[in-house]
Design a protein around this ligand. Structure first.
Ligand code: UDP
Length: 329
């Protein structure tokens, strides 16, 4: 019997890669997305497969799925700082009501559920690198609070279902991830820099560029998530690539990679922008026997080739496709 996997946020960057992976593992995949930040283009290639089904649905409303379900992967959420500034209430609602509905679905179906948390639960961390037992440094009323606190609530609610209802749960804390299918206009640093290079614009570094991030290629993340789902470990696990770089050096890497002759310009640092971020992956190594395999040079090359292959109008698009775009087509 094929396993049935429900993936919320299926049309998003990470969700769509998860759909691919579970279909490759010979599962039946039911994807759900309201397409606020997801894009059907990411999963268009899956609609011809009999094992794939798609629900255009907002999971903050009651979720009904007929039949049995083995696994639920809850990945629906806006995830880039400019998205959650634009849609703060939806961000809070999907982390809170959306998570509650997915946990309720898991309980009703007696399914195992893995929920997507984030390095943002650590806020602007005072501990470096970040281990899972660090409880974080989050400003609840800052611009990032809507995302950070929604994800902290997601973890609390998941643990409550685990402890109170004995639900079979997993929590992944995802650090900065990149790869094909990121939205060019989502505001995150990698698509921002590559988009600027491709349009012949200067690269905008926020602050002095001394803040750090650690970028993980999406295939490595998906492998970590897959292993976590199949493990019996219910406490949070960091999945990310510990190779840390300043944003200024990252801009220089993108200039080298793209061969652009554009310059770097400096813009003000957004409020509450974390100064440093690097996962401690000791737990993932010991519990999941997982380490990232794709180094930045290789991952960036694949990602750059993807962005280059997009039609030119994508480079200038302010909004992503909506469900209506697909219906009208
Ligand atoms: N950043 C930047 N220029 C841009 C976009 C982002 O310098 O055009 C910086 C941002 O201030 C942050 C880092 O790059 O320090 C990573 O930002 P991103 O939005 O990708 O995600 P975050 O890790 O902050 O959630």
């Amino acid at each position: 019997m094929k396993k049935t996997v429900v993936i919320s946020g299926a049309a998003g960057f990470i969700g769509s890669h998860l759909c691919d992976r579970f279909l490759r593992e010979d599962c039946r995949v039911i994807g759900i997305d309201n397409l606020i930040t997801g894009d059907l283009q990411n999963i268009e290639h899956l609609f011809k497969l009999p094992e794939f089904e798609f629900y255009h649905h907002d999971i903050t409303k009651y979720v009904h799925i007929p039949g049995s379900i083995d696994y639920i992967l809850h990945f629906a959420s806006p995830a880039s700082p400019i998205d959650y500034l634009k849609i703060p209430i939806q961000t809070l609602k999907v982390g809170a009501h959306g998570t509650h509905n997915m946990l309720g679905l898991a309980k009703a179906k007696n399914a195992r559920i893995l929920v997507a948390s984030t390095s943002e639960v650590y806020g602007d961390p005072e501990v470096h690198p970040q281990t899972e037992d660090y409880v974080g440094h989050v400003n609840p009323i800052g611009p990032r609070g809507v995302y950070d606190e929604a994800k902290r609530y997601l973890e609390a609610m998941t643990m409550a279902y685990h402890n109170f209802h004995k639900l079979d749960t997993r929590i992944v804390r995802i650090f900065n991830t990149y790869g094909p299918r990121m939205r060019l206009n989502d505001g995150r640093v990698l698509p921002a820099f590559i988009g600027q290079a491709l349009r012949g614009e200067d690269l905008t570094v926020f602050g002095d560029g001394m803040q750090t991030r650690s970028f993980c290629y999406v295939d490595d993340l998906v492998e970590g998530i897959y292993r976590l789902l199949l493990s019996d470990f219910y406490e949070p696990v960091n999945i990310g690539n510990p190779s840390e770089i300043t944003i200024l050096d990252f801009a220089k890497e993108i200039i080298k990679l793209t061969g652009t002759d554009q310059k770097i310009t400096f813009e003000p640092l957004p409020k509450d922008d974390p100064m440093q971020r690097k996962p401690d992956i000791t737990r993932a190594k010991s519990v999941l026997n997982w380490t990232p395999k794709v180094d930045r040079a290789e991952g960036l090359k694949i990602t750059y080739d993807y962005f280059k292959s997009l039609p030119e109008e994508e480079l200038y698009k302010k909004e992503h496709n909506t469900f209506e775009d697909y219906i009208i087509k």
